[in-house]
Design a binder for this molecule. Structure first.
Ligand code: XMP
Length: 325
């Protein structure tokens, strides 16, 4: 169990008594951290945003929020997260670390190797920030599915350490606080709403910690991330009104044959992934209307001339995972 937290497990689909949950977690955070400083690992997703607001209420100025600009985020993400939190009265510091993350991922094509490299860089950067800020704790938005799936061997979730026997204090110099680790995604959304987070956050699609790196098959380079970022923006814009649990684009490592001005060429292959789910443990492909798929395809091939093929994926989870690595 992490730094001084009680076990208060919630089942899948169970209704959470939100008021009691917030009160209990507020007291736990206060008791665990005392007067010591805490760094929040904020990504702007539902989970990290919710625990950040919870902790800001609990310990006020002893909380410092950090957003790592790792170069793997969606378009305009650091600016938008800063704005949203400014409106909530919480200051966010953006730490530039793009060069370090791309260097750590260089030459790696194996999914687990990429995940481990990301995780190590993620905690190294936060270790440095915790040290600089003279803090003792790192606050993160780990939820129950993250723990279950990492322990179960589905993946190396970027933010799981203690639960698989890695001591964050020995490795990186801080203790971890995870106030949401007993909740599933749909339960976190209810808590987020009760805490006054804006709809843009509490109804937001999940976005994985390792960001667009989970959607690039093969080596993660700046140009390849730029391709998937642009395609993801198109998919999100066109699919938004269908409100899937999660939708995005993936860049494959193979190339697809196409024609340009009567000549053969080889271009990128983009896969569109959209799933419906409650808690991310299982998922089904969204029944996207044909017209929407056509519109997305048209936009991708028009706005991204390097793409020669676009496909829609129909695999449920299991056997596929939601992300590609
Ligand atoms: P998978 O791909 O394992 O994803 O079916 C299940 C849910 O978890 C998200 N995901 C992650 N979130 N760090 C995160 O914060 C990670 O390393 C990570 N890997 C997957 C994924 O987006 C989906 O919602």
């Amino acid at each position: 169990m992490d730094a001084g937290q009680q076990e208060n497990s919630h089942e899948r689909g169970e209704r959470v008594n939100v008021k009691a949950f917030i009160e209990r977690k507020t007291a736990e955070i206060q008791r665990t951290t005392g007067r010591q400083k805490v760094i929040s690992a904020l990504s702007g997703g539902v989970d990290s945003s919710t625990c950040t607001v919870l902790a800001a209420r609990a310990i006020g100025a002893n909380l410092k929020c950090i957003f790592i600009d790792d170069g793997l985020m969606r378009e305009q993400e650091p600016e938008r997260v800063r704005e949203i939190f400014r409106d909530l009265g919480i200051r966010v510091e953006v730490v530039k670390a793009q060069r370090e993350f791309f260097a750590a991922l260089k030459g790696k094509a194996d999914p687990e190797e990429k995940r481990k490299a990301f995780r190590h860089m993620f905690y190294s950067v936060f270790g440095r920030e915790v040290f600089k800020g003279q803090a003792r704790f790192l606050l993160q938005g780990t939820i129950k599915a993250d723990i279950l799936e990492t322990k179960g061997g589905v993946k190396t979730q970027h933010n799981i350490l203690e639960q698989i026997g890695i001591d964050p204090e020995k490795g990186y110099g801080f203790k971890v606080i995870e106030p949401l680790k007993d909740l599933f995604k749909d339960q976190v959304r209810v808590v987020a709403k009760a805490l006054g987070l804006p709809r843009e956050i509490y109804s937001r699609m999940p976005f994985p910690g390792p960001g667009l790196a989970t959607r690039v098959v093969g080596e993660v380079t700046r140009p390849r991330v730029a391709v998937v970022r642009k395609a993801t923006q198109i998919v999100e814009e066109e699919i938004a009104r269908l409100k899937p649990f999660q939708a995005f684009a993936v860049l494959l490592s193979d190339r697809g044959t196409g024609v340009e001005k009567g000549r053969r060429k080889f271009g990128d292959i983009i896969v569109i992934r959209s799933v419906d789910s409650k808690d991310a443990l299982t998922a089904k492909p969204t029944r996207i209307p044909w017209t929407v798929l056509e519109k997305i395809t048209k936009r991708i091939i028009k706005e991204m001339p390097q793409v020669t093929r676009v496909a829609y994926e129909l695999t449920p989870k299991p056997p596929a995972t939601i992300e590609y690595i």
